[in-house]
Design a protein around this ligand. Structure first.
Ligand code: AMP
Length: 214
């Protein structure tokens, strides 16, 4: 069983690689972004509370996301967990360490997917996902088929995130550099960090991650 963190700015490809790892290795993806969007879609009180913060591209409180992760870790995962978009602050990183220790689990690797900002704007602003299965599309690099059906599940439900626009992205990047990038030093000092080139092809990134996982 392997537990890993995928670390990188919005648009680095964390979600895409996490999906691949769930399919190929039976790992469980824990994306706090997905959980928060689900809470919004369900119309829960918490979902309503965080909607504006997310739309602006700011981070929601540590308390909320740590609560979400605590519940999921308690459910366990035979193939291990992929933490995607969590932790995003040093407080969250400390909390994750404690939660894993309480469950007798360890963190096996932290993989930084390094990309430059210029590539992120293009990646994010053209992004969509399938509402049926979560398959990730991009207007330029992986467009929807002419019949409008998802090649994976046949759904025609094209989803675009409200925060995937240039304004929110600016804030999301600033939040990343101010609050999340210090985690690179934190995990480097613990000896857990491996950096890979997130700008290479999806397959090359898959291979690099596979090498780290062994
Ligand atoms: P993501 O899908 O990971 O890009 O997350 C979308 C948005 O959800 C972020 O811009 C934040 O507003 C919020 N969010 C997701 N994960 C976290 C986290 N670990 N800490 C704080 N806010 C988060």
């Amino acid at each position: 069983m392997t537990n890993i963190i995928l670390l990188g700015p919005p648009g680095a490809g964390k979600g895409t690689q996490a999906r691949h790892l769930t399919d190929s290795r039976g790992m469980v993806q824990l994306s706090t972004g997905d959980m928060l969007r689900e809470a919004q879609a369900n119309g829960s009180e918490m979902g309503k509370k965080v909607a504006d913060v997310i739309a602006r591209g700011e981070l929601v409180t540590d308390e909320i996301v740590i609560g979400l992760i605590r519940e999921k870790i308690a459910e366990g995962a035979e193939g291990g967990f992929i933490f995607d978009g969590f932790p995003r602050t040093l407080g969250q990183a400390d909390a994750l360490g404690e939660l894993l220790a309480e469950m007798g689990l360890s963190l096996d690797a932290v993989i930084e997917m390094a990309v430059d900002d210029a590539a992120l704007v293009a990646r994010i602003t053209g992004r969509s996902t399938c509402g049926g299965c979560g398959e990730v599309y991009h207007d330029e690099t992986k467009p929807w088929a002419a019949d409008g059906k998802c090649t994976n599940c046949g759904s025609t439900d094209v989803k675009r995130r409200a925060d995937d626009n240039e304004d929110s992205l600016k804030t999301r990047l600033m939040e990343y550099y101010k609050k999340t990038s210090p985690l690179l030093g934190y995990y480097y000092a613990k000896g857990d960090l491996t950096s890979i080139d997130g700008l290479s092809s999806m397959e090359a990134v898959r291979d690099d991650i596979a090498k780290v996982l062994g």
